[in-house]
Design a protein around this ligand. Structure first.
Ligand SMILES: [Zn+2]
Ligand SMILES: [Zn+2]
Length: 330
């Protein structure tokens, strides 16, 4: 072996020694990468749970709207109210959510996804309903539990107003016109009011009211009196809107056939056909919660539109005139 070779060998040995820290560094990096992968996979798993909670939440909203729509639609056919709307809707919602979570569990590769509906109730905003539920997700080592309070928006979701169908069932059912988005009362409302001995009940022959729950955008409500020749009020009537009202029933109580309740609720106008008479007369107040209440009271005529001989009239008491910024009667 020559000197060069020896030297070379020594150098190689030294190079190897130099390489040790490098190997250690590489090993450390490799380890870091491994740790990194582990944390990445953890993030992915909890992302799955995060998205799963979101999916469940979205589906609770969609299914709740379906249940409410179907319950109201049934009532427009049968006229039969729900006996306890909160627990009935909760029960149907639970069954439908169970169907969803059963499929969904396999879809996201989880061992268990469970959604327990705790409560369905009216909300502080009458155009929303409160749905409380628990979500339980088990996937691999991750278990996620969460209680969620959701306010489901029922505004403009093609959910029918069930109340007139319940109230008028035995007076000849009103018809629903889905295209016009109106409830057509025919003679049913006249028969109903007449049976209570209300004066001038016949003005409600052929009357209509909005079919679907839709929130009036003219806020504050006193602005209904604004504009020339009741421009805003006319737009409200043609828009087929409902208004917030502490006197009118909330949606959950409407499903039970109640015109008023202790919750913050809603009201709409019942629109009579045009008349050839423009004289100031009294007739049952055009607010739906008044008309369908046990003790309906009269309102005085307010002509909001006139076309030739056709007079379009609402009958309102001073309370409602004040609320909507319309001229009060002395
Ligand atoms: Zn309005
Ligand atoms: Zn209520």
């Amino acid at each position: 072996m020559g000197d060069m070779d020896k030297k070379g060998y020594v150098l190689s040995g030294f190079t190897f020694l130099l390489m040790i820290p490098a190997i250690l560094i590489v090993a450390a990096f490799a380890d870091m990468t491994k740790t990194g992968e582990e944390s990445v996979s953890t993030v992915l798993q909890s992302d799955t749970t995060f998205f799963a909670v979101n999916d469940v939440e979205k589906n609770v909203e969609i299914v709740a709207l379906d249940v409410l729509r179907e319950s109201a639609d049934n009532i427009t056919v049968t006229g039969i109210p729900l006996t306890n709307s909160r627990s009935t809707v909760k029960g149907i919602l639970q069954t439908k959510i169970d169907d969803f979570t059963k499929d969904y569990t396999g879809y996201i590769g989880a061992e268990e996804v469970k959604c327990t509906i705790l409560k369905v109730d009216s909300a502080p905003d009458p155009f929303k309903l409160e749905v409380d539920f628990n979500v339980y997700i088990k996937k691999g080592k991750i278990v996620h539990k969460e209680t969620i309070r959701q306010y489901v928006d029922i505004n403009d979701k093609k959910i029918a107003d069930p109340l007139p169908f319940i109230k008028l069932k035995s007076y000849g059912m009103p018809e629903r016109d889905d295209n016009a988005e109106l409830i057509l009362y025919g003679s049913s409302l006249f028969q109903f009011l007449n049976s209570k001995g209300m004066e001038n009940a016949e003005v409600y022959n052929g009357s209509t009211s909005p079919l679907f729950i839709k929130k009036c955008p003219y806020d504050p409500y006193v602005s209904h009196g604004n504009g020339n020749s009741f421009y805003v009020l006319k737009n409200c009537i043609y828009g087929k809107y409902f208004h917030e009202s502490s006197d009118g029933a909330c949606f959950m109580c409407k499903l039970e056939g109640r015109a008023t309740c202790k919750h913050y609720g809603m009201e709409t106008f019942i629109i009579s056909l045009s008349s050839h008479k423009s004289t100031q007369i009294k007739a049952p107040c055009s607010s739906d919660h008044v008309i369908f209440n046990e003790s309906a009271y009269p309102g005085t005529s307010l002509e909001y539109r006139c076309e030739g001989d056709d007079h379009y009239i609402l009958f309102l008491d001073n309370g409602h005139r004040k609320k909507y910024g319309l001229p009060e009667v002395i």
